[in-house]
Design a protein around this ligand. Sequence first.
Ligand code: 5GP
Ligand code: ZN
Length: 113
Amino acid sequence: MDCIFCKIIEGSIPSAKVFENDRIVAFRDIQPAAPVHILIIPKKHIPTMNDVTAEDDALMAELFAAARQIARELGIAESGYRLINNVNADGGQVVYHLHIHLLGGAKLHGLNG
Ligand code: 5GP
Ligand code: ZN
């Protein structure tokens, strides 16, 4: 499959991982938009949020649990952070493997901030 994040999951493309279990991996974004910029992804190839089904409910909950844990571990839980999921063209999605951006480590601007 020609998916860059599937290649990161299988290890054929290197990444700076900060979290991994049987269902999820999280790694540093190659072009960070903030001092902390982590991508949290399911190992299951789901192209976009539009492709998530009720079958993925537990997996989605686990992605958010991983985000909370990583924010704590990286020391930004209390100072604050932002979780973003871009969907399709107008959302600015570039990689079509579902991912949550975890951004923090500085005061973020835009989107009401
Ligand atoms: P999107 O715009 O699809 O929500 O975000 C895709 C993100 O993936 C971008 O922030 C981009 O910098 C990141 N990215 C793209 N290719 C790679 C890669 O090979 N390695 C890592 N670590 N991040 C990547
Ligand atoms: Zn994929």
